[in-house]
Write a protein that binds this ligand. Structure first.
Ligand code: NDP
Length: 293
């Protein structure tokens, strides 16, 4: 069984990204990332902080905008318009989820698709579906594909089952796996909460991607001998034995499943570190595109 080391692959992506930042610097371009946070959700705040810190570490121009929880939709849209027009900013992301009074779909639509480094804008969603490589691909599924490639896992002709159909993970993951070329060409099935006999569906898979949001939901009965498992889930479970009072676990029961697998990603240390690395890579890509050849 191969334990796929997401931290090591993320370091590699970050090193490549840093080299591209150096190339841009020689042309007088500094990639700029604007991260917008509305409200004070502690998990969102932690994500924003780590994105900002990582961007600064790589030598990006990193700007953090924090709006109060009661900020109006119009205020957020005005900020996005300003960032769209700012030549020092190449990537814009609004941390999800915003407070309930914010219309997130309208916010995503307001971001210039050329600066939409999260890949959530409908133009970028359509480009992914059309296999048009001029768009941006959401960071988490992009990171999952990179993990498969780095681990030397063949996807062409393989049966892949993605459990979860969110716009952030499940759907783009399915599109990437079925796209033509390296890391793609799989025969893809997407399962969700209305799927009947999930175990029979996942048992048929050579590659299982779990993006469900339920701790240890997939067990040994879901995975066939020799399968590859990519666990996207990040779930907090109470654990009185650690100072934080909780620990992070995936959607897959790692201890039960790992012995059956050809390869599997752990949680933490699997997909998680890849998401931020791919975000940095997308931001540099935006700067490369906007600044021209
Ligand atoms: P969502 O809640 O948006 O989607 C969950 C999906 O799982 C839905 O499609 C849902 O089906 C499906 N599902 C729920 N229950 C079942 C069930 N009993 N059987 C089969 N399918 C089920 O979550 P996200 O896609 O945003 O995130 C999924 C997980 O990945 C979470 O743990 C999240 O924290 C993690 N995550 C990790 C990231 C990382 O960087 N590693 C980044 C983003 C997310 P239905 O559509 O029918 O409701």
């Amino acid at each position: 069984m191969v334990r796929i080391d997401g931290k090591a692959v993320a370091e590699k992506v970050l090193a490549e990204t840093k080299a591209r930042v150096g190339e841009l610097a020689r042309r007088g371009v500094k990639p700029g990332l604007a991260v917008v946070l509305v409200g004070d959700d502690p998990a969102s705040r932690a994500y924003v902080r780590s994105k900002d810190r990582k961007a600064a570490e790589l030598g990006l121009h990193s700007v953090k905008h924090e709006l109060p929880a009661e900020a109006a939709q119009g205020e957020l849209l005005a900020l996005i318009a300003k960032l769209n027009a700012d030549p020092a900013i190449h990537g814009i992301l609004v941390q999800s989820p915003p407070p309930p009074h914010i219309n997130e779909a309208e916010v995503v639509l307001a971001i210039d698709p050329r600066k939409d480094v999260d890949g959530f804008h409908p133009v970028n969603v359509a480009k992914l579906a059309m296999e048009d490589e001029s768009g941006f691909v959401p960071c988490t599924p992009l990171g999952c594909i990179r993990l498969l490639l780095e681990a030397g896992i063949e996807t062409a002709g393989k049966r892949a089952v993605v459990v979860g159909r969110s716009m952030i993970v499940g759907k783009p993951m399915a599109l990437l796996l079925m796209r033509r070329g390296p890391g793609g060409d799989a025969t893809v099935t997407v399962a969700h909460s209305r799927t009947k006999d999930l175990a029979a569906v996942t048992q048929a898979a050579d590659i299982v991607v779990a993006a469900i949001g339920r701790p240890h939901f997939l067990g040994a009965e879901h995975i066939r001998e020799g399968a590859v498992v990519i666990d996207v889930g990040i779930n907090r479970v109470a654990d009185a034995s650690v100072p934080a009072g909780y620990r992070l676990v995936g959607d897959v029961d790692y201890d039960a499943v790992a012995p059956k697998c050809a390869a599997i990603t752990p949680v933490p240390g699997g997909v998680g570190p890849m998401t931020i690395a791919m975000l940095m890579s997308n931001c540099v890509l935006a700067a490369e595109r906007i600044s021209g050849p």
